[in-house]
Ligand binder design. Structure first.
Ligand code: GTP
Ligand code: MG
Length: 452
């Protein structure tokens, strides 16, 4: 046969970690160095995602990555900004990312969101490496811009090396406390069994060649089969964010992990009130080398293929949910695709009880994670929904029989003005946090206090 439709897609690499530990700086560095390596045209800007082609990876990694050893097209990095939980990055009940980089500040060590990220990585079985970032802040550090870690180590004084090693072993110890066997990456033989720790600096770039080499090796060796997709097939993706865009109304920032999306095609998107069937009006890409997060002008393209980040404009997207599936219908039966999306949404639906707390979360993934955590803590849920706290949530919580259920738990959400007023006039308690287990800890504390 002429069967060349199966193509290796770019592995999706999620970058996660505690606030301010350097996720965005790391990606900026990779992006910036790629551009300064003379690959300005090759590095593509996407929505919330940065695609780095193999050629560029190998230039940046120097002798550590020989492009002839690889047949993957490169790496697609996805940033998870502080306000945006990693839990959004889901697909068909699993993780959207093929691999992850957990960024940990070497001085600051493990923090609440580090633990939360570890928990999700463990639950979704996502292979990951730890980037022990900010090594340049080690007292007495002698920076070696862009060099591999071995070379930079050799240039350090005994004391500086000792200080860094102490911090690195603390991180390895923390990982071990969480049940992960970890070591410095050059001592790791099997990256699916042991977690490799890569010391690096997102500012000076030292150690970044090592990180790229580890990521390429990990993808090539352990995930090649999952990378085989039909790039021309109907597109499949996950909604990262729903955003208003001038002249387009509500649009979707999507990570496409399979197939192609074209202008004018019918798509089915998971919405708050069930699947939304609509037609793609425009596919928008940020202009090359524009700053993604502030970019306001886009180029229209006729189609995009996996794996990529892209913005889709279409009518009726107001109710679309972050974390929900997007499916191109193409030559398939529309009802079948609707059923597929419905099944996926149902898979995330939370078991509710007659009495329990009200749960609100920012995305489907975080709602799912909240429901799991509450189930473990044996806290029943009466209502679970994606979205800000609304007056209806307050009235439902207010009708609970027990005081311990007159509660709204909000993860990464705001309170609508009307709901604020209602809260003031009711005995409903609102707990809000952007770390799931702390939210549950706060609630637990409240319950314990009451029982005294
Ligand atoms: P959120 O998106 O808010 O979760 O944070 P983030 O993880 O993206 O952190 P960000 O990249 O914004 O970095 C936070 C601060 O740390 C910034 O001031 C960076 O300049 C600084 N920083 C990041 N990486 C390094 C590093 O390797 N060395 C030094 N010295 N500073 C760094
Ligand atoms: Mg950031």
């Amino acid at each position: 046969t002429q069967g060349h439709a199966e193509t290796l897609r770019t592995p999706i690499v999620a970058v996660l970690g505690h606030v301010d530990h350097g996720k965005t700086t790391l990606l900026d560095k990779i992006r910036g160095s790629a551009v300064s390596e003379g690959e300005a045209g090759a590095i593509t800007q996407h929505i919330g995602a940065t695609a780095v082609p193999l050629e560029t990876v190998s230039q940046m990694a120097g002798s550590l990555v020989n492009p002839d050893d690889f047949d993957l097209p490169g790496l697609l990095f996805i940033d998870t900004p502080g306000h945006h939980s990693f839990t959004t990055l889901r697909s068909r009940g699993g993780a959207l990312a093929d691999i992850a980089v957990l960024v940990v500040d070497v001085n600051d060590g493990f923090q609440p969101q580090t633990l939360e990220a570890l928990d999700i990585l463990q639950r979704t079985g996502t292979p990951f490496v730890v980037a022990a970032n900010k090594i340049d802040t080690t007292p007495g550090w002698n920076r070696q811009d862009g060099e591999p870690i071995q070379k930079t180590y050799e240039a350090q004084s005994k004391q500086a090396r000792k200080r860094l090693d102490e911090n690195l072993y603390k991180i390895i110890g923390n990982l071990s406390d969480e049940g992960f066997s970890a070591d410095l990456y050059w001592r790791v033989q099997n990256f699916t069994k042991n977690i490799g720790v890569v010391p690096l600096s997102a500012i000076t770039g030292e150690g970044i060649p090592d990180l790229l080499a580890v990521l390429m090796g990990l993808s090539q060796r352990y995930m090649k089969e999952e990378m085989e997709i039909d790039v021309d097939g109907p597109g499949k993706g996950t909604v990262l964010e729903v955003k208003e865009e001038k002249g387009f109304g509500a649009t979707l920032d999507v990570v496409l992990y399979d197939g192609t999306v074209k202008e004018d095609e019918t798509i089915v998107v998971g919405g708050a009130n069930g699947p939304i069937v609509t037609e793609v009006r425009a596919i928008l890409q940020p202009r090359p080398n524009a700053e993604i997060r502030t970019e306001k002008r886009f180029n229209r393209v006729e189609s995009v293929s996996a794996a990529t980040g892209t913005k889709i404009a279409a009518p009726d997207l107001e109710d679309a949910m972050a974390g929900a599936p997007v499916r191109v219908v193409r030559d398939r039966d529309l009802d079948e695709v609707i059923a597929e999306v419905e099944a996926e949404l149902a898979g995330i639906e939370v078991d509710t009880a007659e009495q329990g707390v009200v749960v609100k979360a920012d995305t489907l993934g975080s709602l799912e994670a909240m429901a799991n955590a509450l189930d473990e803590a044996e806290v029943p849920i009466v209502r679970a929904e994606v979205g800000d706290v609304a007056p209806r949530d307050v009235s439902i919580a207010g009708t609970a029989r027990e005081d311990e259920h007159k509660v709204i738990l909000g993860f990464n959400v705001d309170v609508l003005p009307d709901a604020k007023k209602e809260l003031e006039n009711s005995d409903v308690r609102l707990f809000k946090h952007d770390v799931i287990y702390q939210l549950i800890e706060d609630y637990d504390e409240f319950i314990t206090e009451r029982k005294r």
